[in-house]
Write a protein that binds this ligand. Structure first.
Ligand code: TYD
Ligand code: MG
Length: 475
């Protein structure tokens, strides 16, 4: 693409085109294409290719080597002060790595990273670049987050340096001068490269700033944490551009009206994805929730239409309450809503119950919610959804102390689920005494050792008899 040819870049996904479209052909977002005038603006940082050696001169030394000869360094990890964050990162922050922390504005990204900066600064040098808030504002927050008000001056924070700056060039200069072990950029969308004409936060700015920071950070082995806001459409600005560039993408999410926050790894070159960290926003910053199962159990005591399941997020089992409300419909087609679970899964489970148990659910509205605002995507929740729906339909309170885990096939069969042993251990730890699981789990000895009564079921009717303690189809 020539320098003088105007082109358009999507502000959501970074796709480029010479033609203007009202809807991005790459990601489908509307009105996201913006004219860019200078596509090759980051060329100024590109080095010219070395000149070929003149005839007879010694050839340039080659830099490739056999893979066996490549030296291996043990992977050190820096502790962030939050074991939950360390676990999501794969065991701590890897020096020289580039991590993107995304989330809605106001969810607590700055709080999380400033608290981590505090802890990291006790062991290494940290530069916190605030591009959105003034140094005064960050200081106020830092005080609020301290273990004791006015605890500054104890000397333990000597390693934490603060820079309130939005100009990329100045940030790079300071990074080069300080060579910190960790640098936090809050946020990448607020930084701006004066050599690009586009506005801060646009795809070209975000890409250019992140790439320039990455080059410097890799050279001096600085671990970089970039804060990225999620755009209106629910995507990290320039995700296609940044996600491939960074080593890990963490998302920080939660219900603004509830105090808990969930941290997930959606990409991680140094650890597993789908790990989950749970935090709670308090008056003095974020606190870890070490026993999240308690958070996702409704806590309202026995109640018709509530079923407990053991969900698994990464390697972490979580007990979660599902709550269903089934009531006679006054609409031509019944209303179905699902919060925290895919609506199509709910439709399918209702169809299975209608077909295989003969329940006339098409004459009933059905509302389903996962307690605590968690998203449960795995099929292991199916049996719990079915139990909650039937319990509400029949106005039954499910027997206390029972959990269920199992997928539901369209033929009404109960499907096996992964990590069942881990799930049973968590259920037993929290005082549950019975578990309804797919037939052939082979876990009878494990359950016996845990003191759990194991009810194995092959079909939906059988599973529900076990889960409800009553015949679901009886009237
Ligand atoms: P913040 O970290 O500024 O969010 P982000 O950087 O993701 O935009 O968090 C902002 C919210 O957190 C704000 O609504 C106030 C609240 N908060 C607390 O409840 N307790 C605290 O100790 C702090 C620092 C913030
Ligand atoms: Mg912030």
């Amino acid at each position: 693409m020539g320098r003088s040819t105007p082109f358009y870049a999507c502000q959501s996904c970074g796709a480029q085109s010479r033609q203007f479209f009202g809807r991005c052909p790459g990601c489908g977002s509307w009105n996201s294409l913006v004219e860019q005038s200078n596509p090759a603006a980051d060329g100024r940082r590109r080095r010219a290719a070395p000149a070929p050696p003149a005839d007879g001169a010694t050839p340039l030394p080659r830099r490739f080597e056999p893979i066996q000869a490549v030296g291996e360094r043990p992977l050190r990890r820096l502790a962030t002060g939050f074991p939950e964050l360390d676990r999501v990162l794969g065991g701590g922050l890897v020096p020289g790595s580039l991590v993107l922390v995304g989330g809605d504005p106001g969810i607590g990204k700055s709080t999380l990273l400033l608290q981590s900066a505090r802890a990291l600064a006790e062991a290494c040098s940290v530069l916190y670049v605030s591009a959105e808030e003034s140094a005064q504002q960050v200081k106020l927050r830092w005080r609020r987050l301290g273990p004791e008000a006015g605890a500054e001056g104890t000397g333990d924070q000597a390693g934490l340096q603060l820079l309130a700056e939005t100009d990329l060039e100045l940030v790079l200069q300071e990074l080069e001068a300080l060579r910190p072990a960790v640098a936090i950029i809050d946020s990448i969308q607020a930084l701006h490269d004066a050599e690009l004409s586009s506005a801060p936060g646009s795809v070209s700015q975000v890409r250019d700033c992140a790439a320039a920071l990455q080059r410097l950070a890799k050279r001096q082995d600085t671990a970089l944490l970039l804060v990225g806001h999620v755009t209106k459409e629910g995507m990290l600005a320039g995700p296609k551009v940044l996600e491939h560039l960074v080593d890990a993408v963490l998302t920080f999410e939660g219900d603004r009206f509830a105090s808990h926050r969930l941290l997930r790894a959606v990409k991680n070159r140094f650890g597993a994805t789908h790990e989950l960290g749970v935090f709670e926003m308090r008056d003095r910053g974020l606190a870890e929730v070490t026993n999240p199962s308690e958070l996702f159990l409704g806590g309202d005591g026995p109640c018709a239409g509530t079923a407990t399941i053991v969900a698994c997020e990464g390697t972490r089992p979580l007990l979660v309450d599902l709550q269903a409300l089934v009531s006679t419909t006054s609409y031509a087609s019944p209303r179905r809503t699902a919060t925290g679970i895919g609506i199509n899964r709910l439709h399918q489970i209702l169809a299975v119950l209608e077909k295989h148990l003969g329940l006339p659910l098409s004459r009933f509205d059905c509302y389903l919610a996962v307690a605590g605002g968690l998203d449960v995507e795995e099929p292991a929740a199916d049996l719990g959804v079915a139990a909650a729906v039937v319990a509400s339909y029949r106005d039954l309170t499910l027997p206390a102390g029972t959990v269920r885990g199992g997928g539901l096939g369209v033929g009404g069969q109960i499907r096996s689920v992964g990590q069942l042993e881990l799930r049973l251990q968590e259920a037993a730890r929290l005082g549950f005494t019975r578990a309804v699981v797919p037939r052939g789990s082979g876990l009878a000895p494990v359950a016996a050792a845990l003191g759990l009564e194991l009810l194995e079921a092959g079909g939906v009717a059988e599973a529900l008899v076990a889960a409800l303690g009553a015949d679901p189809a009886a009237d």
